[in-house]
Design a protein around this ligand. Structure first.
Ligand code: URP
Ligand code: ZN
Ligand code: ZN
Length: 471
C-alpha cells in the first residue's frame, strides 16, 4: 500500500496538541512520529510546516437531495460531498427518508441508491421515520443492524414528517431496546401552524414572519416534552439544530438530572440572527427551522456558552440548500414562498463553510479553544454516532481522514468561489482567518493546491455502531 507522510505540522486532537509527523499506510494512520527522529520513505509527502493537522470534519446533519417544500435540496450527494471536502469535512451523516405509507427499509435503500458511487467522502445515514407503525418498529431493528443507528423524528411540520407524542413514545421505546438514538426536531408544529395561519390572515407574508411566529418558547416546550418522553423510555436523545435559549435550558436541566440527553447547534444559529430574515424577500435566504433567533434576547451568546460548558456537544450544519433563482434541474425554489412565507422551502446551505466559520469565528475569535474545536466538529460527532475511533481523531489505526489548515491563511466566503450547488452564500463576503490547504480522505489527497483531486465514488458507506459517547 502507498505511504503518505504529513510532515512538520502540529497535530491537534480533542485532547492534545503535539509536533508530530503523521504516517499513513493505505487508508489508515499507522504512526505519529516525533519530527527528526526517524527517516521515513513515503510515496507522497504533504508539507504541513506552520500548519495545524486536524481530524477531518464530521457533519452529522446534512440533507442532500431532500424532497421538501415542493422541491428538492439543491445539492446532490456528488456536489454536496465535494463541497464538504473543500471545506475540510471528510464524513457526513445524511438523512434517509421514510414517507407516509412507505416502508422504512425501502426508504433507506432508496437513499443508499442516491449516494452509492457518487460521494467524495464517507457517508452514513440516520433514518427519518415519517410513519411509525408496527412494521416500522420492526424495521428499526433491521436498520440498526445495517448501521443506521439513529432515527430522526419531527415534532414540527404537521402533515409532512410530523409524529404525534404516541408515535414518538413508541419509537423511543423501540430505539431504547435496540441501543439506538432518537434525534429530535423539537418545535411544537401544531401550535406554530396556528400562529402561521393567524399571521397570514393579518397579511404578514414576508420571510421575517417565519422568524416571528416560530417562537423560541415553542422550541423550549417541545424540547421539554421530548426529554420527558425520553426519560420515560430510557432512550438516548439528541436534540438536532437547537437554536433557542429556552431549549438549551431544558437540555441543561435534563443533563443535570443525569439523563443521556445531548444536543447540537449549527453555525447559522451562532453567527446569524432574526435580523437576516428582514430586508423583504431577500430574507428567504435565511429561512430555516427552527428560525434564526433575535440577538437581543441573548440566544447566540447562550449557545456559545453551551458549547464551552459541554451542554451542547456538536456543531453540525443542517445543510439543506435551496436556490433564490431557478435551479437548473429543480426549477423554482425559495421563490415558491413569494407572498406566503410558509411556502418558502426551509433550509440553508452550510456544509462547506462550517469548519472555517468555527475556526475563525470560534477559535480565532477566542470563544472556544483549538481542542474544543476538534471535539465539537469531529470527535464528539464520531463518538455520538458510533464511528469512533475509526473517525474523529488522529491515532494509530484510525482512518486517515485529515485536514491541514494554515492558521495564517485567509479566505473570503462567496457564492463566486464556493462549491455548493446553490446560488447564494449566507455568509457572503465574510473574511475568514485560517484556510484549509489539504484534505485527505482515507489516505487519498482529495484537496491540494486549490484543486479537487478526488472522484465520485471515493466515499463509502459507513455502517455505524450504536453511540459510544457515554461509554
Ligand atoms: O429548515 C430546515 N431545518 N430544513 C431541513 C429539514 C430539517 O428540519 O432538518
Ligand atoms: Zn429538523
Ligand atoms: Zn435537518
Amino acid at each position: 500500500m502507498a505511504k503518505t507522510l504529513i510532515k512538520g505540522g502540529t497535530v491537534v486532537t480533542a485532547v492534545e496538541q503535539m509536533e508530530a509527523d503523521v504516517l499513513i499506510d493505505g487508508a489508515e494512520v499507522v504512526a505519529l512520529i516525533r519530527p527528526g527522529t526517524i527517516e521515513i520513505a513515503a510515496e507522497t509527502v504533504v508539507d504541513a510546516k506552520g500548519c495545524l493537522v486536524l481530524p477531518g470534519g464530521i457533519d452529522v446533519h446534512t440533507h442532500m437531495e431532500l424532497p421538501f417544500g415542493g422541491t428538492f435540496a439543491a445539492d446532490t450527494f456528488e456536489t454536496g460531498t465535494r463541497a464538504a471536502a473543500w471545506g475540510g469535512t471528510t464524513t457526513i451523516v445524511d438523512f434517509a427518508v421514510q414517507t407516509k405509507g412507505q416502508s422504512a427499509m425501502e426508504g433507506w435503500e432508496a437513499w443508499m441508491g442516491k449516494a452509492r458511487g457518487n460521494c467524495a467522502i464517507d457517508y452514513g445515514f440516520h433514518m427519518i421515520t415519517g410513519d411509525i407503525n408496527d412494521q416500522t418498529l420492526k424495521e428499526m431493528e433491521l436498520l440498526v443492524r445495517e448501521g443506521v443507528t439513529s432515527f430522526k423524528m419531527f415534532m414540527a411540520y404537521p402533515g409532512v414528517f410530523y409524529s404525534d407524542d404516541g408515535q414518538i413514545l413508541r419509537a423511543m421505546q423501540k430505539a431504547a431496546e435496540d441501543g439506538a438514538t432518537i434525534c429530535m426536531h423539537a418545535e411544537n408544529g401544531i401550535a406554530i401552524d396556528v400562529l402561521v395561519g393567524q399571521a397570514l390572515d393579518r397579511g404578514e407574508t414576508d420571510p421575517i414572519h417565519h422568524g416571528l411566529v416560530r417562537k423560541s418558547l415553542l422550541e423550549g416546550e417541545a424540547t421539554h416534552r421530548a426529554i420527558r418522553l425520553a426519560e420515560l423510555t430510557g432512550v438516548q436523545l439528541y436534540i438536532v439544530h437547537l437554536s433557542a435559549k429556552e431549549a438549551l435550558d431544558e437540555v441543561i436541566s435534563a443533563r443535570d438530572r443525569g439523563l443521556n440527553v445531548y444536543a447540537e447547534t449549527c453555525p447559522q444559529y451562532l453567527f446569524l440572527s432574526l435580523e437576516n430574515l428582514g430586508n423583504g424577500f431577500d430574507g428567504a435566504k435565511y429561512v430555516c427551522s427552527p428560525p434564526l433567533r433575535d440577538e437581543a434576547e441573548g440566544h447566540q451568546e447562550r449557545l456559545w456558552q453551551g458549547l464551552r460548558t459541554n451542554d451542547l456537544q456538536v456543531v453540525s450544519t443542517d445543510h439543506c440548500p435551496f436556490c433564490m433563482g431557478d435551479h437548473p434541474r429543480f426549477g423554482t425554489q425559495k421563490q415558491l414562498g413569494q407572498g406566503d412565507f410558509s411556502k418558502i422551502p426551509n433550509g440553508m446551505p452550510g456544509v462547506e463553510p462550517r469548519m472555517s466559520l468555527l475556526y475563525s469565528g470560534g477559535v480565532v475569535a477566542g470563544r472556544i479553544g483549538l481542542n474544543r474545536f476538534v471535539e465539537i466538529t469531529a470527535t464528539t460527532p464520531a463518538k455520538m454516532f458510533g464511528m469512533y475511533p475509526k473517525k474523529g481523531t488522529i491515532a494509530v489505526g484510525s482512518d486517515a481522514d485529515i485536514v491541514v489548515l494554515d492558521p495564517n491563511g485567509t479566505q473570503r466566503i462567496s457564492v463566486e468561489t464556493h462549491h455548493m450547488d446553490v446560488d447564494y452564500s449566507a455568509y457572503e463576503g465574510w473574511e475568514m482567518s485560517g484556510k484549509v490547504e489539504t484534505v485527505i480522505s482515507k489516505g487519498k489527497v482529495i484537496i491540494s493546491d486549490d484543486q479537487y483531486l478526488g472522484s465520485p465514488g471515493d466515499g463509502e458507506y459507513i455502517a455505524r455502531d450504536t453511540s459510544r459517547y457515554n461509554i
